[in-house]
Design a protein around this ligand. Structure first.
Ligand SMILES: Cc1cc2nc3c(=O)[nH]c(=O)nc-3n(C[C@H](O)[C@H](O)[C@H](O)COP(=O)(O)OP(=O)(O)OC[C@H]3O[C@@H](n4cnc5c(N)ncnc54)[C@H](O)[C@@H]3O)c2cc1C
Length: 416
């Protein structure tokens, strides 16, 4: 058998997409090798979306991503948008269902359905999959690339696509080797931090709510000014705060880590105007003065009773304080607790629990139309190794499918 012309390093979502689209764009499957350090590929696909794999989203915009410039992200997403992702998965036998949140999942609700279909497509196209091959270096030798794996074996290819992921959940195979390879080849790395990871607090009061889920808006304040706001559901845990809203905010919190005064505050009734809350408490005092404040907040505004009790306590109220006894100062303190509550966030659970990595290969050194390096000819990138990270909701896989498509197709065209 002749040697490969294209080597795709990393068989996660981006690498699978790159190899498949290189073959679907005219490169023969046998001239493509897909390499992965792990014996069993697709670990992140299998654990994603609570093992249901949130494949994409109904609406995917560049503003759903952070990292490099929006126009770059837009270019890549437009080349392979969610509608094409859905059509592709239908072609390979994965039916998707849209949930009210805008997320698409396989109708089987099993991530394995997605991985198995991608594996079948790799086989159908005749792509060579070599597992247990951890690439340590890549260097240019004349017109070819020479890869060296951890066993000292060499492999030559005319083009390579680096799809080695970021640093999150290193046990899934993304251990940072790919980022080091990019740096050794002269690429600038934008500093990496965990993203989509739970927030932590030492403030013991929140632990009493462990297990409670609610909708909230979370804001990050830097030096007293609001720098970011996210909304969505949040889950109280024994360590702090998890769920979409805290996890979406984590990358912003971590990237402001140098700022000692970074503070996360919660708005527990996100759609409610402050004046409506104040007026409601006043009207309650005038007409239902004997009711306890904690029950009133639950019945009138739908605040979970456990949270209502905690916020009353934090505002300095007696447990059974009645509306008629609420002083102006206590009312103000209570409104602050409900609408602008400092959570005492002091960190995150880091890469250990991060769904993605923020930072990575600087997009300024990569061409948006082909995802080819501007520094080293014949080197392409796709997926999380690049400086792009999405919020929760299928955006990160969409980035992997789209960027894999762009890089794979570009390689096929260049090699035709
Ligand atoms: C718990 C969890 C849940 C998630 N849920 C979702 C979700 O529902 N929807 C969503 O959109 N996103 C989700 N994500 C994010 C998503 O999984 C990633 O964004 C996506 O997998 C990135 O794909 P990738 O191919 O770029 O990197 P990876 O999936 O990390 O794949 C990189 C591959 O490269 C291999 N590799 C690394 N270094 C080398 C080397 N030196 N040589 C050879 N091979 C190498 C690794 O073994 C790995 O197989 C989730 C992530 C986690 C951790």
């Amino acid at each position: 058998m002749s040697g490969p012309r294209l080597a795709v390093i990393g068989a996660g979502a981006a690498g699978l997409s790159a190899a498949i689209w290189a073959a679907r764009s005219g490169l023969s499957g046998e001239s493509i090798v897909l390499l992965d350090s792990r014996q069993r590929i697709g670990a992140k696909i299998l654990i994603s979306g609570g093992t249901r794999c949130n494949v994409t989203n109904r609406s995917v915009r560049p503003s759903d991503y952070s990292g490099g410039p929006r126009h770059f992200v837009k270019h890549v997403l437009e080349a392979f948008p969610p509608a094409r992702t859905r059509a592709f998965f239908a072609e390979i036998g994965v039916e998707l269902v849209l949930e009210p949140t805008g997320k698409y999942f396989p109708t089987t609700h099993k991530a394995a359905t997605v991985l198995e279909a991608l594996r079948r497509e790799v086989d159908r196209l005749g792509i060579r999959l070599e597992t247990g091959r951890r690439i340590l270096t890549a260097r240019r030798l004349g017109e070819a690339w020479v890869l060296e794996d951890a066993g000292g074996a060499h492999l030559r290819a005319e083009r390579i696509v680096l799809c080695t992921g970021g640093l999150s959940l290193p046990e899934t195979g993304s251990d940072g080797t790919g980022l080091r390879i990019a740096r050794d080849l002269g690429h600038t790395l934008i500093a990496t931090t965990p993203a989509l990871t739970p927030l932590t607090t030492q403030d013991a009061c929140w632990k009493t709510l462990a297990g409670l889920t609610l909708e909230a808006a979370l804001s990050l304040y830097l030096r007293g000014r609001k720098a970011h706001e996210v909304s969505g559901s949040m889950l109280f845990t024994h360590e702090g705060f998890s769920g979409p809203a805290p996890m979406d905010l984590s990358r912003h919190y971590l990237r402001a880590a140098g700022d000692q005064a970074a503070e996360v505050r919660a708005r527990f009734l996100p759609g409610l105007d402050e004046s409506v809350l104040i007026e409601g408490l006043r009207a309650g005092r005038d007409h239902e003065g004997l009711r306890t404040v904690r029950h009133f907040l639950t019945e009138r505004f739908g605040l979970a009773l456990q949270l209502s009790e905690l916020l009353c306590r934090r505002a300095g109220l007696e447990r059974d304080e009645r509306l008629k006894d609420l002083t102006t100062d206590h009312r103000k303190a209570l409104v602050r607790q409900i609408l602008d509550c400092p959570l005492g966030v002091d960190g995150t659970l880091g890469y250990r629990k991060a769904e993605v990595t923020a930072g990575g290969v600087d997009l300024a050194e990569v061409r948006a139309s082909t995802l080819e390096s501007r520094i080293a000819a014949g080197l392409h990138f796709a997926g999380e190794v690049l400086d792009v990270d999405g919020r929760i909701g299928g955006f990160n896989f969409q980035w992997a499918w789209s960027s894999g498509h762009v890089a794979g197709r570009a390689c096929a065209e260049a090699l035709s």
